[in-house]
Structures are given as structure tokens and as C-alpha cells.
Design a protein around this ligand. Structure first.
Ligand SMILES: Nc1ncnc2c1ncn2[C@@H]1O[C@H](COP(=O)(O)OP(=O)(O)OP(=O)(O)O)[C@@H](O)[C@H]1O
Ligand SMILES: [Mg+2]
Length: 467
């Protein structure tokens, strides 16, 4: 960037320098050419007196020193009368004598003779140097160059102006450079920094660190991006936690029946002469544990299947009321045992196009819970009605209910309110989370209302028409 500024500064310098000199060059050239034509006959005739008068007059007129050189570059006449007979070797003289140019102009440093190059003004600058302009014109007689007129004029004033301009330009470009630096610094703070932060966050996340969060900063869109990233990593973190929780719960759930069975089988192995009745009891227990295990495994399979997102519903036309009646029939023996009453209030058949076995599982799990957790002699009310485009199905009991603090977790996997009591009843805590998933799959919603000691009500709403 610095380089481009430098190039620009010297380009502008040379342009301005060139135009400043142009005016001077034009007038000098014109008067010198006129003088050359005027003295050509005098020189041809070698009229020294007349020549001298002309040169002196012209020198005064043009404000400089006028010299007349012969065709070998030797000074014939000097309006200052100082260097008669000397040979001068300025390129401007050679250009006339050797190259045959009519006129030429160049600016030189007086001391060293160094020529000024306006394109490299920055490098040729020196405080002490005195600059002079050399303007030359050929004296022509009968199309032969018989001499050269040289006008030496001071250009100090022009140079001074040029230097001043140069100083101003350097200042301006320095200011531009500084502001560009400041701009790029601001740019990097506003844009680059937040992006770098985000990048670090993503890298940390890709290494499995879901606790990574980025600072919300930068412009509006950057802030949005950072917020989106943070909420994504938050979700991933909870997902990761719940997955770990799930795996540890699942293994625990599988380990417990295995441990119980191991103890019982070891007793059977090491006590071959065990009482026959006790033996049968052990065998029955082992059988029950195996049932439990296979129930847990099949529940887990159902959940995993639903998690894989590509569950296929095999839909058919069915009546929800019909499904409820069938499940009530299935559960009646247990309810009878507990002297419970199952009251159905089905105001509409609620025909639906849905997956029969999955819907059956929803109804069965909810009704089974009600029967299972409600004390002997309780009542389970199941109602079904149409509500606009939805079917509303509720299972309500007058059992122990669910404490308020447990309600938000009731649909979580492996969540049980009273761990010991529920396990005793054969529960794994997967039933409601399966129900929840299945209802969502059908585009419906499930909620629960309960007060401790006053029973619980589960409400399922299912859209009757898809799409
Ligand atoms: N109707 C209800 N009344 C009181 N508590 C209930 C009721 N339904 C469910 N719960 C509580 O919610 C917990 C979770 O129920 P869920 O059906 O998910 O698991 P489970 O019945 O323990 O096991 P599973 O259904 O997998 O055999 C139960 O352990 C129980 O504590
Ligand atoms: Mg259950």
C-alpha cells in the first residue's frame, strides 16, 4: 500500500512539475527562436559587434544569460562576458548540434550539472541546490546549423513552488495512509475478530467440546451469527448430556435384572439340594426378570427406531373409540383384581387415518399407567370427543397424582416419580416418553394435569385429517 501511495505521489509530482515548467519553456523557446532567426545573418557575416548588442539586449529582456556557441559547442559570446572560448557539453547543446533538433530545454543543478528529472523529483531534492534552465536553439543559415544559442535562466522560484507542493502532497498521502491504517484496524476489530472467535468456537466444538460459547460482538449480522452459534452449541450440549444420561440409565436398567438373576442362578448352582418349592420360586423370579429385560430392550428399540428420524407410519383407517374399547377390555382383568372401575365416555368414533399399532401403544400405556398407579377401588375415566379438526382423548384417574416438581420431567426417558415403587410395579420409566414420541409422530400433542393426592389427567390431541 505504501508503495502505491509513493508511486501516486511521484506521478502527481511529475505531472504538476511538468505543467509548472511548461509555461516557462514555451516563452523561453519562443524568444530564443526569434533571436536565433534574427542573429543568423549576423553570425553568417561574423558581425561581432551587432551580435554582441543583440545578445546583451536579449539577455536583459529574457531575464537570463545568453550565450552563443559555434557548431563545435565552443562559447563565442557570453552576455555576462565570462566564459568566452570554453567548450560546453550540455545535452541540450548536443541535441541541437548532433541530433539536429531545432530547440531543446532542460533543467540542471548549477553546481553538479545534474539534470532535473521531474518524474524523480522526490530523489533529486536537495536544500542547497540551485537550479537553472538551459534553453537552446539552433542558429540556421541556408539549412545548415552554424551555431547554438543558449539561454541560462534561474528556475529557483519554480523549484521552490514544486518543493512546497511536494511537501503538501507528502502530508496528504501520509494522512491518507494513516487513515487507511486506522480503517483497516477498525475493520479487523469489527469483522475479522468476531469471525476468528467464531472459528475458534467451531474448532473447539468439532473436537467435541460443546461447552464452547463465543462473545456476542461485531456488527448486527455478526451478532446474529454468534447468537445462532451459541444457541446451537447450547442445544448440542444438552443433547450430548441427555444422550450420556440415556446410555447410563439404559445400562443401569439392564444391569439390575442381570445382577439379580446372577445371584439367583448362583444359589441354584451352589445349592443343588435346594428345597423344590424354593427352587421353583427362584426359577419363576428369573423368568420374571427375563420378561422385564426383554420389555426394556423392546422399549429401547422402539425409542431408538423413532430417534433415527425415518420412522415409517403404516397408516390405515381406524376408529379411536374402537381402539379404546379394545384396550379397556384388555386391562379389565387387572382393574377387576384391584376392584377399580374403568369408565368410558366416547362421544364420537373419531375415525382417523393412522398407524394402528402405534396408536394402540399410546392408549395402552396411558391406561395401563392409570390402572397401575391408582390404588385399589379407584376409578379410571377415559373420554374421547371431537374438537374441531382434532380428536381429544383423556385418561383421568383418582390415584396419587404426580407432584408438581416432577411434572416437567414426566415425559423424559427412564423418569419415574417414585423410583422404588414404580420399579416394584415393573415400570422402567420409558412408557410415557414412547407415548410422547408417538403422539408427535402423528402430528398431535400431549399434556398432563395433576395435583398430588388428587389423581392425574393425561390429555392427547390428534389431528383427524393429515395435511
Ligand atoms: N396415572 C398416573 N398417576 C400417577 N403417577 C403416574 C401416572 N402415570 C405415570 N406416573 C408416573 O410417571 C412415571 C413414568 O411413567 P412411565 O409410563 O413413563 O414409566 P413406568 O410406568 O414407570 O414404566 P413403563 O411404562 O415403561 O413400564 C411413573 O413411574 C409414575 O411415577
Ligand atoms: Mg408406564
Amino acid at each position: 500500500m505504501g508503495l502505491s501511495f509513493f508511486v501516486m505521489a511521484s506521478w502527481i509530482g511529475s505531472m504538476v512539475g511538468g505543467s509548472l515548467f511548461e509555461q516557462r519553456i514555451r516563452t523561453d523557446r519562443a524568444s530564443l527562436e526569434t533571436l536565433a532567426t534574427r542573429i543568423a545573418p549576423l553570425m553568417a557575416e561574423s558581425d561581432a559587434q551587432a551580435l554582441h548588442t543583440q545578445l546583451l539586449a536579449a539577455g536583459g529582456e529574457m531575464g537570463g544569460r545568453v550565450l552563443l556557441l559555434d557548431k563545435n559547442g565552443k562559447v563565442q559570446m557570453d552576455s555576462y562576458g565570462e566564459i568566452q572560448g570554453e567548450r560546453l557539453e550540455y545535452p541540450e547543446i548536443a541535441n541541437i548540434l548532433v541530433k539536429g533538433q531545432q530547440v531543446d530545454y532542460g533543467v540542471h543543478e548549477l553546481e553538479s550539472g545534474r539534470e532535473l528529472n521531474t518524474e524523480r523529483l522526490l530523489f533529486t531534492r536537495s536544500a542547497s541546490a540551485a537550479w537553472v534552465g538551459y534553453c537552446t536553439a539552433g542558429v540556421v543559415d541556408a539549412s545548415d546549423i552554424i551555431g547554438v544559442l543558449l539561454l541560462v535562466s534561474p528556475v529557483q522560484e519554480i523549484m521552490q513552488n514544486l518543493y512546497q507542493l511536494q511537501d503538501q502532497m507528502i502530508l496528504i498521502f501520509a494522512a491518507i495512509a494513516v487513515s487507511a491504517l486506522v480503517c483497516s484496524w477498525i475493520f479487523s476489530r469489527v469483522i475479522t475478530r468476531p469471525i476468528a472467535g467464531l472459528n475458534r468456537g467451531i474448532q473447539r466444538m468439532s473436537k467435541g467440546d460443546f461447552s464452547s460459547r463465543v462473545k456476542i460482538r461485531g456488527s448486527g449480522e455478526m451478532k446474529q451469527l454468534a447468537r445462532a452459534f451459541n444457541s446451537m452449541s447450547e442445544k448440542l450440549e444438552t443433547l450430548d448430556e441427555s444422550r450420556n444420561q440415556f446410555v447410563s440409565n439404559a445400562s443401569h436398567e439392564l444391569k439390575t435384572p442381570l445382577a439379580t438373576m446372577k445371584i439367583m442362578i448362583e444359589s441354584l448352582i451352589y445349592q443343588p439340594d435346594m428345597d423344590k418349592n424354593l427352587r421353583t420360586e427362584f426359577m419363576t423370579d428369573i423368568n420374571n426378570e427375563i420378561d422385564r429385560l426383554s420389555a426394556v430392550v423392546s422399549d429401547l428399540l422402539t425409542l431408538v427406531q423413532m430417534d433415527s428420524q425415518n420412522v415409517k407410519l403404516s397408516r390405515e383407517n381406524l376408529s379411536i373409540a374402537q381402539l379404546i374399547k379394545e384396550n379397556a377390555h384388555r386391562l379389565q382383568p387387572i382393574a377387576d383384581q384391584k376392584k377399580q372401575k374403568i369408565a368410558l365416555s366416547l362421544s364420537d368414533p373419531c375415525d382417523i387415518y393412522a398407524d394402528k399399532s402405534k396408536l394402540n401403544q399410546v392408549i395402552y400405556n396411558l391406561m395401563e399407567n392409570a390402572v397401575k398407579y391408582t390404588q385399589n377401588g379407584g376409578t379410571i375415566r377415559v373420554s374421547l370427543q371431537r374438537q374441531g379438526r382434532d380428536a381429544r382423548f383423556t385418561v383421568s384417574d383418582n390415584g396419587p397424582g404426580i407432584p408438581k416438581e416432577n411434572l416437567p420431567h414426566i415425559f423424559d426417558r427412564f423418569y419415574r416419580v417414585d423410583k422404588a415403587r414404580s420399579r416394584e410395579k415393573g415400570g422402567t420409566g420409558l412408557g410415557l416418553s414412547i407415548v410422547h414420541q408417538l403422539v408427535l409422530l402423528h402430528g398431535g400433542a400431549i399434556s398432563v394435569e395433576s395435583e398430588e393426592g388428587k389423581g392425574a389427567t393425561f390429555i392427547v390431541e390428534l389431528p383427524l385429517h393429515q395435511g
